[in-house]
Ligand binder design. Structure first.
Ligand code: SF4
Length: 90
């Protein structure tokens, strides 16, 4: 068992997230530090969506975003606009 000193900062930061979203450990974006999943322009949005396309937990991520009504950012290979459209058609 790790002590706090032996536990990495990443593990400490991820603990509450992994309780809520255990699939996040497999997320293609989990170590992504150079790009934003809360994009400020179309180029950033496209870059985030490209990572989602190869993500093994894309469906889990989208399901979570729809269930929790995540209003902002790219989740599960969708933009905010796309999720609003999905929610309206459900
Ligand atoms: S689908 Fe996209 S936002 Fe969701 S975990 Fe995968 S890479 Fe991250």
């Amino acid at each position: 068992m790790n002590t706090i000193d032996e536990t990495s900062e990443f593990e400490l930061l991820m603990a509450p997230i992994l309780d809520e979203r255990p699939w996040a450990v497999y997320a293609a974006c989990k170590n992504e530090t150079t790009m934003s999943f809360f994009p400020q322009n179309r180029a950033e949005e496209q870059a985030a969506l490209a990572i989602c396309e190869i993500c093994p937990v894309k469906d889990d991520c989208l399901e979570h975003a729809l269930e929790t009504n995540e209003r902002f950012g790219v989740w599960g290979g969708t933009t905010e606009r796309q999720r609003r459209k999905l929610a309206r058609s459900a």
